[in-house]
Design a protein around this ligand. Structure first.
Ligand SMILES: Nc1nc2c(c(=O)[nH]1)N(C=O)[C@@H](CNc1ccc(C(=O)N[C@@H](CCC(=O)O)C(=O)O)cc1)CN2
Ligand SMILES: Nc1nc2c(ncn2[C@@H]2O[C@H](COP(=O)(O)OP(=O)(O)OP(=O)(O)O)[C@@H](O)[C@H]2O)c(=O)[nH]1
Ligand SMILES: [Mg+2]
Length: 461
């Protein structure tokens, strides 16, 4: 494919000792030569591929020296984008790298859109769509486990499985086609039904297995949305601080301290939590606090996990009871806090109200019980899981949605077989399954979707 030459700063802006301006496209080497001054007049177009060269960046208009650099020359197709790639390694800091980028743009490159380098790797066929998405997940991964899932996907684990299933479907479709073309053999229809049943069952099972990983995969990728709720002053913000091992939230002895919602990412034994500290829930007259309370009720509904904090040094209040009843159907861990004070709470009653939830007793003041809580969270979400080593996880909502739809259409195939529906009708659902799976790897995908997906990347990636 023919593309123009793009350029962008590929390192964090204004951070670090070295900053890289990356170019990709047919003109990358010429553009670099236009502003590069090597030792002894050396030109980058003459050097061997995948070599790095010391030199100066010079403004061709004014002959002014702009930067001292190292330039990497990588000729396609063995590059990240499969095009010619130039990387100009500048001194860190905002000014110098920006000046180099401006010169590159003035010399004929176009500023890359977010994710455009990776998009080219996809359009030029080096990686498929799910692998490109994995590159983005890799950048965002917040724990080792999430990283492993992204690396597995980047290496094409999901792609290979999807391709295998599509191949199976294609073979059945081909078989069916042949039979439609030669209807003169009587027993062909029956045989085809049997074959369809066998193959479609296999595909259904594989898709089901994949979907079973979706819950954990999504948690790994996006973080487990965890809402800390409870009455005012019970220790919710103290709990957030204990889990993140830092004083992120304000803690005071005044009930109603937390007014707005505080969000923090923490890694609890490999489980990434998106912790949400909320305003204490109670009936309130204060208008600001009331908005916070409304918002915390909303978070409660959207949370994957609820940490309900109670004050163990007080008897259960009607508000506590109401909260316990509200969360009984959710994934919930009840935390009876302030155990360092004389205990007044009836823990048996708490257990009765949330029979399925786990209960932990803590004294956040004395830093007691946090280990047990972390343990409870880890076993709740990764019980018996071996680091996801050989499991193909599906973690991306787009993939999960497509696999669910594919599963539905393969179930339609099976139902058709059951009912003895004519083969050429069943074939429509079979082909649909094939198309849906194709969307995962970007085989059958629309341009507008591609733009949307790649625009979520960072600039320069
Ligand atoms: N300086 C720098 N570091 C970087 C990147 C980069 O673009 N520049 N990457 C950017 O994300 C990542 C590395 N990813 C890459 C993936 C594939 C190829 C590549 O050239 N693949 C060729 C095979 C190369 C060979 O055989 O030598 C290919 O698949 O055809 C390069 C980088 C991380 N580190
Ligand atoms: N004795 C004792 N006090 C605690 C414990 N945990 C928290 N506290 C105290 O309880 C008070 C309230 O703690 P916070 O963490 O601010 O409570 P909160 O639930 O966030 O309160 P709001 O934001 O007002 O809803 C503070 O004075 C804490 O120091 C504990 O385990 N034991
Ligand atoms: Mg608080």
């Amino acid at each position: 494919m023919e593309f123009d030459t793009i350029a962008a700063i590929s390192t964090p802006i204004g951070e670090g000792a070295i900053a890289i301006v990356r170019l990709s496209g047919d003109e990358a080497i010429n553009i670099a030569d236009n502003i590069y001054q090597g030792i002894g007049g050396k030109c980058l177009k003459d050097v061997a591929s995948h070599t790095i060269h010391y030199g100066k960046i010079v403004d061709p208009k004014t002959s002014e020296i702009v930067e001292e650099v190292m330039v990497t020359v990588m000729k396609g197709p063995k590059t990240f984008t499969r095009e010619d790639v130039i990387e100009i390694n500048c001194h860190g800091g905002l000014v110098s790298v920006n000046r180099v980028l401006q010169l590159v743009l003035r010399s004929g490159a176009r500023l890359a859109e977010p994710g455009e380098f990776t998009k080219r790797a996809f359009l030029n066929g080096r990686i498929d769509l799910s692998q490109a998405e994995a590159v983005m997940d890799l950048i965002r991964a917040k724990t080792d486990k999430a990283m492993n899932v992204a690396i597995g996907q980047m290496e094409g684990r999901l792609s290979k499985l999807v391709q295998k299933l599509r191949q199976e479907i294609l073979e059945v479709v081909a078989h069916v086609e042949v039979n439609i073309d030669y209807p003169e053999y009587d027993d062909v229809e029956e045989m085809t039904h049997r074959l369809l049943n066998e193959k479609a069952s296999y595909i259904r099972n594989e898709l089901q297995k994949l979907l079973e990983t979706a819950h954990q995969g999504k948690i790994l990728r996006e973080g487990l949305s965890t809402a800390i709720i409870g009455r005012p002053n019970v220790g919710k913000s103290s709990l957030l601080n204990s889990l993140v091992h830092e004083n992120k939230a304000i803690v005071t002895d005044i009930p109603g301290t937390t007014r707005d919602v505080i969000e923090e990412y923490v890694n609890v034994r490999g489980v990434p939590l998106r912790l949400i500290d909320t305003a204490g829930i109670r009936e309130t007259e204060d208008i600001v606090e009331r908005i916070g309370v409304e918002r915390s009720k909303k978070y409660l509904k959207e949370a994957d996990l609820i940490l309900l904090v109670l004050n163990a040094s007080e008897p259960l209040t009607p508000e506590d009871e109401a909260l316990l009843e509200t969360v009984a159907g959710f994934d919930v861990i009840v935390i009876a806090n302030k155990m360092d004070l004389p205990q007044k709470i009836d823990l048996e009653r708490v257990r009765q109200l949330v029979p399925k939830g786990k209960m932990i007793t803590t004294s956040l003041l004395k830093d007691e019980g946090i280990d047990e809580l972390e343990e409870a969270i880890a076993t709740m979400y990764f019980e018996g899981q071996v680091e996801g080593a050989d499991l193909t996880y599906v973690s991306n909502s787009r993939h999960i949605a497509l696999i669910s739809q594919a599963l539905q259409s393969i179930e339609d195939v099976l139902e058709g077989v059951e009912l003895g529906t004519p083969i050429d009708i069943i074939q429509i659902d079979l082909t649909r399954t094939w198309e849906l799976l194709g969307e995962i790897i970007g085989d059958t995908v629309q341009e507008s979707l591609l733009d949307q997906l790649f625009s979520q990347f960072c600039l320069g990636k």
